[in-house]
Design a protein around this ligand. Structure first.
Ligand code: UDP
Ligand code: MG
Length: 327
């Protein structure tokens, strides 16, 4: 009998969690031959998410939880869940039902005999998403696949079922600036892709603002490609050649027409343009430096405030103290 760990990162999901819990319980009933553990990772929610999870835990032995000291982001939550899990297979899914739990039996059928190491899901439509967001997402996948070696699939979701071996491989990548879509591609293993239609979240609202998505996409580019650095040096080279040609042109013009002063507007434009390019390139170098700086600090990816084990130990201690008091 295999054990499946379901990891669910939750940030302000009080409205969606009851729906999700009901749905994963139904799936477990279908897959009654397997053992399950549900690991809810509370990523510093400001609403009643933690209380709801604690209620599940009281009622249901399969439920475990990890609660962070603050909001560390979905990447940290997924990593913490993977670290805490001990199943033979591990699945990661969103709390908002956009990753339909009903796909789990089908996903499990591909990995259970070792035919595949992981089953990943891909949205084939982006219905219900603002068109501008879809446009930028498409451009991002185009760019990152051109400039990086990691195979990053357009529309790939974080919803995945993978073997223990692959989960351990992901855990061995302890980088602080995490970009899972790249990490999955980087570790390799045989992956089956399941396409499905986009589903809108069941309740609550998305936690990803446009700006958050933009910085996350930079994380992906910087984490999985050093091409922007090469682009910066190539741009530098092109401008050196251009300036050399321009110097020769000015010298010849001065000798023939004897008028070196003319052309102030074009000069101003060139100075502005070139200094813009210089700042842009310094910015690229700065981005890599800042990531290196953060990595060298080797800060923990997340900090735990509470888990179900800590909570239960505390309860037991109180009970033991009470018994001691009586005797
Ligand atoms: N999430 C999280 N920490 C965050 C932001 C999001 O754990 O800082 C979780 C969130 O609770 C959900 C999943 O990540 O389970 C996906 O978030 P969301 O549905 O907001 O993203 P979208 O589906 O719009 O891309
Ligand atoms: Mg969602």
């Amino acid at each position: 009998m295999h054990k499946l760990s379901l990891i669910i990162p939750c940030y302000n999901e009080e409205e969606a969690l009851p729906f999700l819990y009901k749905s994963i319980c139904q799936v477990c009933d279908i897959m009654s031959d397997q053992k399950f553990e549900f690991i809810f990772v509370n990523d510093g929610s400001k609403d009643n998410t933690l209380d709801i999870i604690k209620n599940f835990e009281v009622e249901d032995k399969r439920v475990r939880y990890i609660s962070f000291s603050r909001n560390f982001g979905k990447e940290a939550a997924m990593y913490a869940g993977l670290e805490a899990s001990n199943g033979d297979f591990v699945a990661i899914m969103d709390a908002d039902m956009q990753d339909p739990p009903s796909l789990l039996p089908q996903m499990y059928s591909y990995v259970k005999d070792g035919e595949y190491d992981s089953v990943a899901t891909r949205r084939v439509t982006r219905e219900g998403e603002p068109p501008i967001r879809s446009f930028f997402a498409k451009q991002f996948y185009k760019i990152i696949n051109k400039i990086s070696n990691a195979d990053i699939v357009d529309g790939a979701r974080d919803f995945r079922l993978m073997s223990r071996q692959m989960a351990d491989a992901i855990l061995s990548m302890k980088e602080y600036n995490r970009f899972s879509k790249g990490i999955y591609g980087w570790v390799g293993f045989k992956t089956k892709w399941l396409p499905f239609k986009n589903i809108e979240r069941v309740a609550g609202e998305t936690k990803w603002s446009f700006w958050k998505l933009f910085t996350y996409s930079l994380e992906g580019i910087i984490g999985f490609s050093t091409k922007p650095l090469a682009i910066a040096s190539i741009l530098g080279l092109i401008f050196c050649v251009l300036s050399f040609i321009f110097i020769i042109y000015i010298i010849i013009k001065t000798i023939i027409f004897n008028n070196p002063v003319e052309g102030w507007p074009s000069l101003a434009c060139i100075v502005l343009f070139v200094s813009g390019i210089q700042l842009f390139c310094t910015g690229i170098v700065g981005q890599y430096m800042s990531k290196t700086y953060l990595e060298t600090k080797a800060r923990p990816i997340y900090i735990i405030k509470e888990t179900e084990k800590m909570n239960n130990d505390k309860k037991n201690e109180v009970q033991i103290n009470k018994i001691e008091e009586i005797y």
